[in-house]
Ligand binder design. Structure first.
Ligand SMILES: N[C@@H](CCC(=O)N[C@@H](CSS)C(=O)NCC(=O)O)C(=O)O
Length: 289
């Protein structure tokens, strides 16, 4: 591996911002499917050590991910897609591990559960909520392609394909939100969803923009989705390219499959979407969001 950049164990993680589904008509015009990567870096003379926990909320079948820099003196941490119902569990784990939670990140405006970010902020006032700018939701911080979010010596960064000549690190972890589920994918029948855009955001091979697409990741990249309904916990890009019953198909077949899913709307949608547009805080408190 070239350069000092690789003289430590390196992880690179992909976090999809924003969900193709949360876009309203205004954003659909300008929207380009994009991924942000979460990758480790180090400016000090020590190795990196990532704390990583996959947590599950069973009513909405949601995965929350806890990540922290174990070697930083303060052990700064972030939660990806926390759920209100399991916020206390997650915060207890943060305390037990001696971490300092600094960010609660939502990969998109969830429709099936209320995010835990509002509740977490009331209990840990120093925590900042983060969501994509394109979501149009309220939060403390917004991310756009190219932005970096540091937690200790580890940071969130959108991949720039131009820099891929550096080569891939040993381990790539992709946090795919609702875009790519294990052997499935997020539905596209509400919140401005588009099966066309979802397909492209997974399959596109474009290399000219500062955008990144899931099926251009290394085949052994680990896939960590926001939900699972079948008992899976993790997959790989290569496995999903071969065996995903929707996304392994050509685009027209995929669109037909998505048109015919006939899923009922999430039970909590009418409550969850307005709450999540303000990061789980009620409208009256939204200035604190
Ligand atoms: N039954 C659940 C909702 C299940 C659901 O619709 N899940 C979404 C992600 S959360 S909005 C989805 O995209 N599912 C894809 C699929 O193929 O199931 C409820 O009532 O909450």
């Amino acid at each position: 591996m070239p350069g000092g950049f690789f003289n430590f164990i390196q992880y690179k993680m992909m976090l999809r911002f924003p969900s193709y589904r949360l876009l309203d008509a205004t954003f659909i015009q300008s929207f380009k499917p994009q991924l942000a990567s979460l990758m480790t870096s180090s400016c000090a003379n020590h190795s990196l050590k990532l704390i990583f926990r996959q947590l599950f909320e069973k009513e909405s079948s949601t995965y929350t991910y806890l990540l922290a820099d174990a070697l930083h003196p303060q052990k700064p941490a972030l939660l990806i897609d926390p759920v209100d119902k399991t916020a206390d569990r997650d915060l207890a784990l943060v305390k037990e591990l001696g971490l300092k939670l600094i960010y609660a990140i939502n990969t998109h405006v969830h429709a099936d559960h209320v995010t835990g970010s509002g509740l977490i902020k009331t209990k840990f006032p120093g925590v900042k909520s983060i969501i994509s700018k394109a979501s149009n939701a309220k939060a403390d911080l917004f991310v756009e392609p190219g932005d970096k979010i540091y937690f200790g010596d580890i940071f969130l960064e959108e991949m720039d394909p131009i820099n891929l000549s550096q080569g891939w690190p040993l381990l790539v972890m992709a946090f795919t939100g609702d875009t790519l589920l294990i052997r499935g994918c997020g539905r596209t029948d509400f919140q401005g969803g588009s099966s066309d855009k979802l397909y492209d955001s997974v399959h596109s091979q474009a290399r000219t923009q500062k955008l990144f697409y899931i099926f251009t990741l290394p085949k052994d990249a680990l896939v960590y989705p926001a939900h699972d309904y079948k008992g899976f916990t993790v997959s790989t890009v290569g496995e999903e390219m071969l065996y995903n019953p929707r996304l392994s198909k050509d685009k027209e077949t995929f669109k037909k499959i998505m048109q015919n899913l006939n899923l009922s709307y999430p039970k909590m949608m009418d409550v969850a979407v307005p709450a999540n547009m303000v990061c789980g805080l009620q409208e009256t408190k939204s200035e604190a969001c």
